[in-house]
Design a binder for this molecule. Structure first.
Ligand code: 5GP
Ligand code: 5GP
Length: 222
């Protein structure tokens, strides 16, 4: 069998900006995702990810199939705040079907022990952190009113989050627009800095954010 994974060092809560993601996908398939008819001007959940301090991360740690029965009371909330924005045939770790969040449990959730032990706890933890640290609200109360076509200084966005959250975020861009904003937590789920190879919360060259960034409005595809 496979060697046991070493325990992770910290959590990363990855949030996605629908306006950026939906602008570059043709695979709209779910009514709560890029096919929705209402605008969505808020960050939604991508995943709660266990990470190592060296910049790598474990994935697909336990062969456990996602079981819908275990999280039925959360389903409505998950569909709303953790929508599958687009669909693709890309494979997941094990079962390869189900909503986006089921895939996130199999890929990342199964590597979250001993802090998170099972499916229900994984989704409860992710939702709790998402509601407790509302980045869309942090930005607006910090004076960053999100509006289509407007440009924001990357440093203002980072400083606003740092100030409100208590740790520096990681920001991922796609062609100058914010694709993801990630918050990091220690194993007691207290805010901490995200580790990045470059300074100021910028990830790789490919996902590099320019000095001025946009948060485009999601436009229904239909
Ligand atoms: P991408 O190459 O698009 O940035 O990431 C592809 C996938 O790799 C993500 O959807 C996620 O599952 C995983 N991934 C990317 N960056 C990180 C990270 O910093 N931590 C963890 N745990 N997974 C990541
Ligand atoms: P990750 O590698 O981030 O753990 O998983 C990303 C995969 O989930 C993508 O390959 C994509 O096919 C699927 N997926 C479904 N809905 C979404 C979504 O809303 N956002 C992202 N980033 N991926 C999604």
């Amino acid at each position: 069998g496979r060697e046991a994974q070493r325990e992770f060092d910290y959590f990363k809560l990855s949030l996605q900006w629908p306006g950026t993601i939906c602008a570059s996908t043709r695979y709209c398939c779910a009514s709560n995702g890029c096919c929705r008819s209402e605008p969505l001007q808020t960050f939604t959940i991508h995943g709660l990810w266990p990470d190592y301090d060296d910049g790598t991360w474990p994935a697909c740690c336990r062969r456990t199939q996602f079981e819908m029965d275990k999280i039925l009371p959360l389903k409505e909330t998950l569909d709303k705040y953790w929508p599958s924005l687009f669909c693709s045939s890309s494979s997941t770790c094990f079962s390869g079907k189900g909503p986006f969040w089921a895939h996130e449990w199999e890929k990342h959730g199964t590597c979250s022990a001993p802090v998170v032990q099972d499916e229900l706890q994984y989704f409860t933890t992710a939702l709790d952190l998402y509601f407790k640290y509302n980045v869309t609200e942090m930005l607006s109360s910090g004076g960053i009113q999100i509006s289509n076509g407007k440009e924001y200084a990357l440093s203002d966005v980072i400083d606003t989050i740092k100030h409100a959250f208590g740790g520096s975020p990681q920001i991922v861009c796609k062609r100058g627009s914010v694709e993801e904003l990630r918050l990091c937590f220690d194993k007691e789920l207290k805010p901490r800095d995200c580790l990045t190879t470059l300074t100021n919360g910028i990830v790789s060259r490919r996902k590099h954010c320019p000095q001025y960034i946009t948060l485009p409005t999601y436009d229904p595809l239909v």
